[in-house]
Ligand binder design. Structure first.
Ligand SMILES: Cc1cc2nc3c(=O)[nH]c(=O)nc-3n(C[C@H](O)[C@H](O)[C@H](O)COP(=O)(O)OP(=O)(O)OC[C@H]3O[C@@H](n4cnc5c(N)ncnc54)[C@H](O)[C@@H]3O)c2cc1C
Length: 409
């Protein structure tokens, strides 16, 4: 069996590594002519790091990233609402890791090249369409200028070609454009002194007050012990239709609600101003699809289930797709494997897509700000009970599949 993988993003490379582990031959075809260190930070929750532990990549990821110790929630006054330990600090067998997407991508790409060979990942190959008959499937390619390239045949094709997937479009020509939910996201990475314990992820504020997520993604980047700090701002403002992961804007485009945010645990206003490069991000998702698989072709990761980047599950769910698909292809006839993969992963990820729209973990801050009318509180227990706080966080872990009891030990 030969698997053709379209797209060498997080999902495509993870799939290649799991297929290699299962001794299934595969090749990866990526549209970009060169791999560049793009993006900002992301968080790998324990379901994702369990998968990377099976691929023996945890040490490499920990060398690059930061092992997250806790998650905290603060109001826009900087008042502590809730917090909990994460990863090994919460008794999981595996760490939670905050890492630059480029570092994660580089770890996956170098592992894929080492294990599968230098030729296993082919760059500058833009998938245009797929064609299949009962025996095999063919992918048609062009180069980045649009000139046709030889097509590739395989037993199955897995489309890991991201939110603008051409294979998804071919299967679902009437699918709407990515859906804008009326917010815009800005991201950046800043060289800054460690805050709190140097390993905490903090959610602060709401759309009405200014909403920010901040966490370190690289340790000791200079002689003063600074870290690379990742931040994400979400503001209520429709996207302007540009859906480019690499679009640079000025900090003035997003800093206004944060100019007075100087908390004892972090001077957010100064940290934001010290950022070299601010990226405006595509804060969009798509509705869950009725199907992903047609014969010998299926979708994986953002091609299948693009979700709003809240709750740290975009990359994680692509990683979980990859692990299950490789396991099924190793044990079942390909057509059955692809169908079983869809039957398990489509409903599970559809739940997360919908939950991320209005019940993501940080929405607890909206509830608190509503109850306090946006004013500082004396004691958080006057505003919300311990039980309600715990239930909110447990619900998201349940939907996203990273409750401690459910992960393999
Ligand atoms: C440049 C970039 C930067 C990103 N930065 C962040 C970030 O900072 N934080 C974050 O949370 N998420 C980021 N994401 C999104 C995140 O990587 C995904 O949401 C998640 O990891 C799911 O992975 P995926 O493999 O499904 O999709 P992606 O990681 O988006 O990978 C899709 C891959 O397919 C390739 N591709 C697209 N079309 C074709 C085609 N026609 N033929 C062949 N290949 C094709 C793309 O070039 C890309 O390499 C970024 C994505 C990209 C592409």
């Amino acid at each position: 069996m030969k698997v053709v993988i379209v797209g060498a993003g997080i999902g495509g490379l993870t799939l290649a590594l799991f297929l290699h582990k299962a001794k299934i031959s595969c090749e990866v075809f990526e549209a970009a002519p060169a791999i560049r260190p793009l993006g900002a930070g992301l968080n790998l929750l324990p379901h994702a790091t369990t998968a990377f532990s099976e691929l023996e990549l945890l040490d490499r990821l920990l060398e690059r990233g930061v092992e997250t110790s806790e998650v905290h929630f603060y109001t826009h006054h900087g008042q502590f609402v809730d917090g909990e330990p994460r990863g090994r600090f919460a008794g999981y067998d595996v760490p939670q890791i905050s890492i630059h997407r480029a570092d994660l991508h580089e770890v996956l790409l170098s592992a894929a090249r080492e294990r599968l060979g230098d030729e296993a990942v082919r760059l500058g190959r833009v998938c245009r369409s797929v064609e299949q008959d009962p025996e095999r499937v063919r992918v048609n390619f062009a180069d980045p200028s649009g000139a046709a390239l030889p097509s590739e045949e395989g037993s199955v094709v897995i489309a890991c070609d991201g939110i603008h997937s051409v294979v998804r479009k071919q299967f679902h020509p009437d699918d709407s454009a990515p859906i804008d939910h009326g917010t815009t996201c800005f991201r950046g990475v800043t060289r800054w002194k460690p805050f709190l314990d140097g390993a905490t992820m903090a959610y602060v504020g709401t759309y009405d007050t200014g909403k920010l997520v901040v966490y370190p993604i690289r340790n000791s980047i200079d002689a003063e012990g600074k870290q690379l700090i990742n931040w994400v701002i979400e503001v209520k403002k429709p996207n302007d239709g540009v859906r480019d992961w690499n679009r640079q804007v000025s900090i003035e485009a997003c800093i206004e609600p944060f100019v007075d945010w100087r908390f004892e645990w972090l001077d957010i206003a100064s940290m934001l101003r010290a950022t070299d490069e601010v990226l405006q991000y595509p804060m969009v998702d798509r509705n869950p699809l009725p199907f992903w698989t047609r014969g010998r072709v299926t979708l994986l990761g953002d091609a299948a289930h693009p979700m709003l980047p809240r709750g740290s599950n975009g990359a994680a769910q692509a990683i979980l797709d990859a692990r299950l698909l490789a396991e099924l292809l190793a044990t079942k006839e390909p057509l059955i494997a692809l169908k079983e993969y869809e039957a398990t992963r489509l409903p599970a990820t559809a739940d997360i897509v919908l939950t991320n729209r209005n019940r993501s973990p940080d929405e607890i801050l909206r509830i608190v700000e509503e109850r306090t009318g946006g004013q500082p509180f004396e004691q958080i227990s006057d505003v919300i009970s311990r039980g309600e706080l715990d239930e909110w966080q447990s619900r998201y872990k349940r939907v996203a599949g990273f409750e401690r009891e459910r992960l393999p030990q």
